[in-house]
Design a protein around this ligand. Structure first.
Ligand code: C2E
Ligand code: MG
Ligand code: MG
Length: 549
């Protein structure tokens, strides 16, 4: 009987197709043999499996298990001729894929089941090649062995692809991806593999390559894809970041390889855009910290926003030196993590979408505070920060308006600061929201203005009330050799006057800078020189003293 396993027919069928998985089971011993492709694709323990029925059942989606068991039972009971059903099974990546499973039972002279043989086909439309770029798809990953020979893998992502699609449309986006993937393929050695990993991400598996080989490859790729020329001769500037992992030393399995590549690419995109960053202990630690932050933040949010607090930094009137308002800045101390700065935890909130809920909390606290101060200190201009992502939330506008009504705040004293306008990939959509909010009286500010080319682009497309001139032009204003900063600020202010916008100069850190900016005709000033962001009671002390800053 054992020759059912060693028979050439099995081998021949087993190797005939990548997408078809065959198995044959000896019913007397309950040992079965699975084709190599099925072992790899479903991550089975080996070709020969004892009690395969139980093992396989663990691969089946819990919702589909009854369908599968009922079908197999009917076949063995003889009430159904062939096993034939569709269900989801877990593959080597832990993903459930739809498969069609067909099989039949061969019985002995007495009618007892002797052999159960069958085949499974993927029916979820997963194909070997990506239809857009012609590259391999990630479903082909299981064919590669990362332990057999050393090499390096790169995960390459086009920077700001959503924005490119927003600006130029889907067809152009596709054209760029095709051209980009063509260049990758062209620069790869024949023994390297290139896969389309996801929308705008490409995976290069450089078997036999060393670190320097892929550095050189990436450098060339960046040079050759810096400008992509489209069929209609338009030229588009492209930047790409990449994560790199050496195997087997930094990843000895597919799962680890993919995880480490993703962490490295994330790191590159967030910290060193446009470069190749290799996986390191530091990246692993940062990732761990990100996960810990996320858990702690979620816990605090569930706990009625325990640990979150608003700090306030004064807006100073340049002429009278008095406090005319403040920016609300979020602070947070977690249950476990006590030392996280806004730049860090806000990025985490943005990454997993928690910023929406926290943002509503900030908005409500800020408005309540404005109203609470009104009787004692008059109307203060109170600003709070809103990420682009928050504006994209369909409920943002309604909740903002409802919140203002509930708090009884006069929207003309509420300034909404759009942070990181360089991330805006659809200014037209944002312009509509801004216009509606401004009609209701809210004021809109572009935060950190001047940090990117995108700022000027934003100014062209959006109607706003304030621009906040970024620290980097202000901080060293009084240092020798910084005339250029002065010229930039002067001209930004001039532009504001022409456009009828108010202005806030941020980052005033010392007397000397203060002396200069006071003469510059900005609407308000802000910076450590006047006060650091401080808690409510400290801020109220400043107001009580009627202090001139
Ligand atoms: P931002 O909105 O540009 O806020 C100004 C940042 O500059 C604050 O950092 C403030 O402490 C700091 N700063 C103020 N004056 C000076 C100065 O004279 N010199 C220097 N070097 N820095 C000064 P902070 O509080 O760490 O906030 C960092 C960023 O986090 C903010 O930048 C803003 O983009 C974001 N953020 C803060 N709170 C929120 C929030 O509630 N929601 C959202 N979405 N983002 C927030
Ligand atoms: Mg701000
Ligand atoms: Mg700012």
């Amino acid at each position: 009987m054992s020759d059912i396993f060693n028979n050439e027919l099995f081998e021949a069928f087993a190797s005939a197709s990548d997408n078809v998985y065959i198995y044959v089971c000896d019913m007397a011993t309950d040992v079965s043999r699975w084709s190599k492709a099925s072992v790899k694709y479903f991550g089975l323990e080996g070709e020969y499996i004892k009690e395969a029925g139980n093992v396989w059942a663990q691969h089946i989606h819990p919702d589909d298990l009854d369908v599968y068991l009922a079908d197999v039972e009917a076949v063995f009971a003889g009430t159904k001729r062939n096993h034939d059903c569709q269900y989801r099974a877990k593959n080597f990546m832990g993903e459930y894929v739809w498969i069609e499973c067909k099989g039949s039972v061969i019985r002995d002279a007495e009618g007892n089941p002797m052999i159960f043989a069958g085949l499974m086909t993927r029916i979820d439309g997963q194909s070997k090649y990506d239809s857009l770029t012609g590259l391999l798809t990630t479903h082909e990953m299981h064919h590669f062995d990362f332990t057999a020979q050393p090499g390096a893998a790169l995960l390459i992502g086009v920077d700001g692809f959503r924005k490119i699609v927003g600006n130029y449309g889907y067809n152009t986006g596709d054209e760029i991806l095709i051209e980009f993937s063509r260049k990758i393929k062209h620069l790869c050695k024949p023994e390297w593999k290139v896969l389309r990993f996801s929308g705008d991400e490409f995976l290069v598996i450089a078997f036999g390559a060393e670190r320097q080989n892929v550095i050189d490859f990436y450098k060339k790729l960046r040079q050759e894809t810096d400008i992509i020329e489209l069929e209609d001769e338009r030229k588009i500037n492209i930047s790409a970041s990449a994560g790199g992992v050496l195997f087997p030393q930094d990843a000895d399995s597919r799962e680890i390889l993919i995880n480490n590549l993703e962490h490295s690419l994330d790191y590159a995109k967030n910290n060193q855009r446009g470069t190749l960053v290799f996986f390191s202990e530091e990246i692993a630690r940062k990732h761990e910290r990100g996960l810990a932050l996320r858990d702690d933040l979620k816990q605090c949010m569930k706990n009625n926003f325990k640990g979150f607090e608003l700090f306030f930094q004064p807006f100073v009137d340049p002429a009278s030196h008095s406090i005319v308002g403040c920016e609300c800045l979020l602070r947070w101390k977690g249950e476990k993590i006590k030392d996280s700065y806004p730049m860090e935890f806000i990025r985490v909130l943005e990454d997993y979408g928690g910023i929406q809920e926290v943002g509503f909390w900030v908005m409500e606290q800020a408005m309540k505070q404005q109203v609470a101060w009104r009787d004692t200190y008059g109307e203060l201009r109170v600003s709070f920060n809103v990420s682009y992502q928050q504006f994209l939330d369909d409920t943002f506008e309604d909740r903002l308006v409802a919140c203002a009504e509930k708090c009884g705040v006069d929207p003309t004293y509420i300034v909404i600061e759009l942070t990181e306008s360089c991330r805006v990939d659809n200014p037209e959509e944002l312009a509509v929201v801004f216009d509606r909010l401004r009609k209701r009286g809210f004021k809109i500010a572009l935060d950190d203005f001047g940090t990117a080319y995108a700022s000027l682009e934003m100014l062209k497309r959006l109607h706003i009330d304030y621009i906040k001139i970024e620290h980097s032009f202000v901080r060293e204003l009084a240092e020798p050799g910084h005339d250029i900063d002065y010229i930039i600020i002067e001209n930004l202010l001039k532009m504001c006057r022409h456009l009828g916008y108010d202005s806030i100069i941020e980052g005033v850190e010392n007397d000397k800078v203060d002396d200069i900016v006071r003469t510059m005709d900005a609407t308000m000033l802000q910076g450590y020189h006047y006060s650091r962001p401080i808690c409510r009671t400290d801020f109220e002390k400043l107001l009580d003293e009627g202090k001139k800053l």
